[in-house]
Design a protein. Structure first.
Length: 212
């Protein structure tokens, strides 16, 4: 069984659908993924091995979070984020300024409390530190925690040794943070190509399976 520090359980409740939206694809928040991408990732998480934790690195307001959590229930979804925006892209990045003007983490908590069955376990803080302290076996990990080459590579390398056989590692912004982006040091694409041989691509999403 996966080893990790115990997390207090919360009372279960039925997720509340948003008015005027499809109950499966809720879209009330800031989001950078299409409904088709969300459906694709939810299909991927269904293929995760039964042993190991399910992780999301970088969640912002929780748009993908609620879909992943409802897909894998009753398994828990562990979310790591500092909710301070894209700090690796500079203090003037729009997400950083946004986080300085409001409590994004509080919004995330409202979103997951309202739209899931309380199976989301948030871990505010640095991703590499949290991975080192809390997790030993990972069955599925979604990475959307940064767009720079350095950040993406660091997070992939932190997760990869923790993956159980058959685990799925995947993430976003393969196209939007492409290797030609000098401002991102080659971005997500460069990091994935260098660290994950044999990866596959679905539009802006990259996928790697631990077949070793």
């Amino acid at each position: 069984m996966p080893k990790q520090k115990p997390v207090p359980s919360a009372p279960e409740q039925e997720p509340q659908p948003m008015q005027g939206t499809d109950k499966t694809l809720i879209q009330p928040f800031n989001q950078w993924m299409t409904p088709g991408e969300v459906e694709y990732v939810c299909e991927l998480v269904k293929q995760a091995p039964p042993e190991g934790d399910i992780l999301e690195l970088g969640a912002w307001e929780g748009y993908l979070t609620i879909h992943l959590a409802n897909t894998i229930h009753p398994r828990d979804l562990h979310v790591i984020d500092h909710w301070q925006g894209q700090l690796d892209e500079g203090d003037e990045h729009p997400s950083v300024l946004d986080a300085q003007s409001r409590d994004v983490y509080a919004m995330f908590q409202v979103v997951v409390d309202t739209h899931t069955k309380r199976n989301v376990r948030p871990h505010p803080g640095g991703i590499e530190e949290m991975l080192r302290v809390l997790f030993f076996e990972i069955a599925f990990c979604w990475i959307d925690s940064g767009h720079t080459y350095a950040t993406t590579k660091a997070h992939i390398e932190a997760v990869k040794p923790l993956l159980v056989p058959g685990a799925i590692l995947c993430g976003h912004d393969f196209v939007t943070a492409h290797a030609g982006r000098a401002d991102l040091g080659g971005g997500v694409e460069r990091a994935v190509r260098e660290t994950l041989p044999g990866f596959t691509q679905f539009g802006n999403i990259w996928v790697w399976r631990n077949v070793a």
